[in-house]
Design a protein around this ligand. Sequence first.
Ligand SMILES: NC(=O)c1ccc[n+]([C@@H]2O[C@H](COP(=O)([O-])OP(=O)(O)OC[C@H]3O[C@@H](n4cnc5c(N)ncnc54)[C@H](OP(=O)(O)O)[C@@H]3O)[C@@H](O)[C@H]2O)c1
Length: 182
Amino acid sequence: MGDRVSRPKQTIKPLQPVLKPVMAEQSSSEPAPSTVIVIMGASGDLAKKKIYPTLWRVAKGGLFPKNTKIVGYARSDLTIEKLKEKCAPFLKATDEEADKLKDFWARNTYVRGSYTEKQAFDALSAEIKKQETGFKKANRLFYLALPPSVFAPVTSNIKLCCMSPCGWSRVIVEKPFGKGLS
Ligand SMILES: NC(=O)c1ccc[n+]([C@@H]2O[C@H](COP(=O)([O-])OP(=O)(O)OC[C@H]3O[C@@H](n4cnc5c(N)ncnc54)[C@H](OP(=O)(O)O)[C@@H]3O)[C@@H](O)[C@H]2O)c1
């Protein structure tokens, strides 16, 4: 009793070098870049229960970088309307937040494609470029909400077809991965 462990302040330190350039970019006098977040595996359980709801919370809190767009990608035959329906039980909004929610979904598009075919990633790249039209600087974040069995082809195809020519490109790999603690 009473020996609750308090989180040491320095736990946020490892993030600071990563966040510094992002924060500098946002507060700079240069025009803000475009940011495209690509959810690979947008049709899945993690996407509907965690990723879209979390992005919604970030958006409604006004914490998205300016000019953020979200592109969902998977093999399933989906539309934004169908994605909205899948996410609805997990994506909470009050009546007052209705306009913000509409704005959130208006930032979303969906591309259907395979995880192994270059042609499909060319189509994904074309959609990302469409979202970046008019921006001199364009950052891309790929979230792999996928089984680890497809991490290798997906990251190879991202490298081949989808790297930003004028900004950073980053990949988030969902846990668990690997075959053991070692
Ligand atoms: N769900 C969670 O709460 C949770 C929590 C922690 C970690 N994770 C991890 O997050 C990742 C995604 O989890 P998830 O629950 O969202 O998985 P999931 O629903 O089984 O898969 C996500 C999407 O990947 C595609 N997919 C599934 N199996 C595939 C296969 N064998 N080959 C190619 N594509 C396949 C499917 O999309 P299409 O068929 O439409 O392409 C599916 O909608 C996994 O690595 C999981 O271990 C999940």
